[in-house]
Design a protein around this ligand. Structure first.
Ligand code: G4P
Length: 528
């Protein structure tokens, strides 16, 4: 198969949702269609539990599982589909944000009864800013939920999207009769049985056909016709270009648990979703079909076995082919590295692979060379951008609790930060180290891993910070000099050496912004 064909057949995407909307169930049903798993439950059993836990072994077990489900690949109708796992737990939101830099499109799952929830809002905002093509799947139609039009309004308003339904429900909850597939022009009747024959659809080109009454009853037929009229009156017709540039989001309805509406979603997805895209590097735009390999690290996972400190770096291939045992340039280190056992991922296993194509993810064994955001190329000096840090929610000083193990502690902190477990800030005033995290759970993970993987002990001390803001200013500007002098106590460097202002309250942040208007304060490390 030619290189071009290999690229064209790849679809690399992520499923995002608020916990409990049905992401795991939908993933599992998609894998079933691909024949990648034999029975329902296989992914589910591996699911990262949502409840916060202080059981360390539990954290470890779940970390291991998240390696297994990091990338799920399968073939469906000649397309190679790579699903990148995005943890729903909000303490791991940063992980999800980073994974979103490696997807070419996204499916957003929304619970028909709960509507748009907090986590969905945050994740969709990131996708919208990056103009990632999105398809919305409204789930749990077998249950009583919100009116379809109200829900579509809510999606548009709360998520700032511009939707166009490609299917429409016939009834809901107790009265749920099925779905009219606007994209394929057919009706799929609901039987509430997950073993339902997936061929069981009725072609229905002309919705005015009196047959409709016979199939779904008079009342439902009337309602469906009215609804479809409203759909075509209110929403702009589907336009693939608009979808691809992030200006329009098609919507599907269904019930993942009952495997209903999932095939329709998948069939449309592989038709319209984009193959691997052109990506911006700091130096230039890189096209997927360029012959020279390039890719970037978007996730690093520590080995489950504490005796082996090697890690798995997940690399998204942007251009060219990645081949086993070929030397590639690690751009930040300026040295060439060879990989004798790159992993490719399938639904339930990983395997050593000789060649991978744009859109694919390879897992590389790493002994501490990589950090998140690193670029690998065939030789060109390229740096992919776009893996930002966001202001953490929690901040604590980290102290060494075993003076004999200072070296181990610093090495451990360094490596865990490279993995993206949390963010490290070093205070300008006294060099003290502050760890910033998205959720409190990370502090336990860090403490546990420092002890078990590095033999180091730490304690924490509260450090009240409202927000970390990345500072942008002209070096010799008088105002900036004064800002640095007055705010010295609140200034720190992040791991990349960028200056950060740690505001202790919303009020002090506001006052600082007013007093030093030429000093720009950003809530993410990606600006300019
Ligand atoms: P998540 O990954 O987004 O967190 O959601 P997950 O798939 O785990 O689904 C959350 C709950 O919603 C599960 O129930 C799941 O069975 C249920 N669910 C998913 N899709 C549908 C659907 O189409 N209809 C209905 N009625 N329920 C659905 P649970 O009780 O939390 O778990 P379980 O005991 O069923 O495993």
């Amino acid at each position: 198969m030619s290189f071009q064909t290999e690229i064209a057949k790849r679809r690399t995407f992520g499923i995002i949702s608020h916990p409990d909307a049905g992401k795991t169930t939908l993933t599992e049903k998609l894998l079933l269609f691909g024949g990648a798993i034999q029975e329902a439950g296989a992914v589910k059993n591996n699911k990262i539990k949502k409840a916060a836990t202080s059981d360390f072994m539990e954290i470890e077990r779940q970390r291991g599982i998240s390696v297994a489900t990091s990338v799920l690949a399968f073939i469906y109708r000649d397309k190679k589909i790579n699903i990148l796992d995005t943890p729903g737990h909000k303490d791991f939101a940063e992980d999800t944000f980073r994974t979103l830099t490696a997807v070419d499109s996204v499916i957003v799952v929304i619970d028909v009864a709960k509507g748009v929830e907090e986590q969905t809002e945050k994740l969709v905002e990131v996708c919208r800013m990056r103009k990632i093509p999105m398809i919305v799947f409204i789930n749990k139609l077998d249950r009583e939920g919100k009116d379809a039009f109200d829900l579509l309004d809510e999606v548009e308003q709360k998520l700032g999207l511009s939707v166009t339904p490609l299917s429409f429900p016939i009834g809901m909850g107790y009265d749920f009769k099925g779905i009219y597939n606007i994209y394929e022009r057919n009706i799929n009747l609901f039987s509430g049985n997950s073993k339902k024959n997936i061929e069981d659809t009725i072609a229905f080109d002309d919705i005015t056909n009196p047959q409709l009454e016979k199939i779904i009853g008079e009342k439902a037929a009337l309602e469906l016709r009215d609804n479809l009229e409203l759909v075509s009156g209110v929403y702009t017709a589907f336009d693939r270009e608009l979808y691809l540039n992030g200006s329009q989001q098609p919507v599907f309805f269904g019930s993942a648990l009952n495997n209903f509406g999932v095939r329709e979603l998948l069939d449309c997805f592989i038709d319209i979703a984009p193959p691997p895209k052109t990506k911006m590097a700091e130096e230039r735009e890189v096209k997927a079909n360029e012959t020279d390999f390039s890719g970037f690290v978007f996730k690093i996972h520590a080995n489950m076995d504490p005796k082996h400190r090697d890690r798995l770096a997940f690399v998204k291939i942007v251009s060219g082919t990645f081949e086993r045992n070929k030397p590639y340039l690690h751009v930040r280190h300026g040295k060439k590295l060879k990989f004798s056992s790159p992993n490719a991922f399938f639904a339930e296993k990983k395997e050593i692979v000789d060649i991978s194509y744009p859109g694919d993810i390879v897992g590389l064994h790493d002994t501490g060379n990589f950090k998140i955001g690193d670029t690998l190329t065939a030789g060109e000096e390229l740096n992919y951008k776009g893996i930002p840090s966001f202001s953490p929610e929690h901040f604590r000083y980290i102290n060494n609790a075993d003076p004999m193990k200072a070296k181990q502690l610093y090495k451990g902190i360094d490596q865990l930060m490279d993995e993206g477990v949390a963010q490290l800030f070093t205070l300008e005033l006294n060099g003290r180290k502050v760890i910033g995290t998205v959720g409190a759970l990370q502090y336990e993970v860090i403490q546990y891993r420092l002890e078990h993987e590095y033999g180091a002990k730490c304690t924490y001390e509260n450090f009240p910070v409202y927000k970390a803001c990345w500072v942008e200013a002209k070096e010799n500007n008088e105002e900036f000099k004064e800002f640095k002098r007055i705010k010295q106590k609140f200034l720190a460097k992040d791991k990349r050496g960028q200056l950060v202002f740690l505001a202790d309250s919303a009020f002090s942040l506001q006052m600082t912004q007013q007093k030093y208007p030429s000093v720009k304060l950003h809530f993410t490390s990606e600006f300019g």
